[in-house]
Design a protein around this ligand. Sequence first.
Ligand code: UT7
Length: 327
Amino acid sequence: MIYSKVVGIGSFVPEKILTNEELCNIVDTSDEWITSRTGIKERRIAEDGLTTSDIAAAAAKKAIKISGLNPQDIELILVGTVTPDMIFPSTSCIVQNKLGLKNAAAFDISAGCSGFIYSLSVADSFIKSGKYKNVLVIGADLLSRITDYADRSTCVLFGDGGGAVVLTANAENNRGILSTHMHSEGGHNETLMLKAGGSLMPASIISVNNGEHYIKMKGAELFKYAVNYLRDVAEEAMESNNFKPEDIDLFVPHQANVRIIEATAKKLRFPMKKVFVNVEKYGNTSSGSIPIALDEAYSSGRIKESSVVLIDAIGAGLTWASSIIRW
Ligand code: UT7
């Protein structure tokens, strides 16, 4: 049996911090409301000119360095993102060029905030099939570019950032990605969407004036889907590996809202000390959320060699997904 082992990890967030207090000068909100409803205290905002591919390339460079691989050994680059640099070419091709990964095929995966786990799943399938040995998987988003800073129901939630892992084919028994699980429900697509800029509503003066190039979210509806689907997909991952909650060393959920994280952890019977939370620092960074959290958990020693890590996420589509990794 071939496993996809994580041999390198890295992340990157822009330097500029936007605090709750600063947001109070932009929209009618308060630190108290944002903190109590979401757990978020601040988020990172990219400076003008910085692109998703810059964030992705910076994270990937660190991951490749840690992996010790020759960059020319990377055979596939996958970028999970909903904020590509442009509609085409893909952000992964731009990353390939920025990092000089000449021998890699490259494509993007659009699965909202589940983009990183979807990409991980695709990478794992390629590795398990024997098609590729070394795959670079990135999750990166620059949500501040598509956030309406006049809409207090969304602008307090989102931030910019990304992370990356290098996966390598590994025959050592039971080390690497143990399983991945993906779901989608297109019928719930209006819960979270950005309508304009595609074939449905090409960019026009009308689409810009109507604010259709910004994220639109039905927050309360999404909250209910999130707590149920995130529990279901985490249970599915544990059941498929015959694991109980006590077999998981660390649960790294999508960082959208600390209330969703706590409710999911409670349903799954995980004490919060087994749950990784950094939403207070970055807000929701979409596809960047899980790999940034994994990188921080790894760098701070909460993930070690052989740690069993459960990840799950939900996002636009709707999509939701999970994976269990033995590090
Ligand atoms: O990655 C997946 C993407 N997103 C998510 O998972 C997000 C899921 N949803 C959520 O996290 C929560 O639903 C939110 C944080 C978005 C909203 O929290 P909520 O407790 O569901 O609040 P609500 O939308 O029901 O709004 C409650 C009140 C409303 O006022 P009224 O109608 O009760 O008078 C809102 O207008 O809070 C008001 N409100 C605000 N007040 C101050 C909404 N946003 C704000 C704000 N500051 N920023």
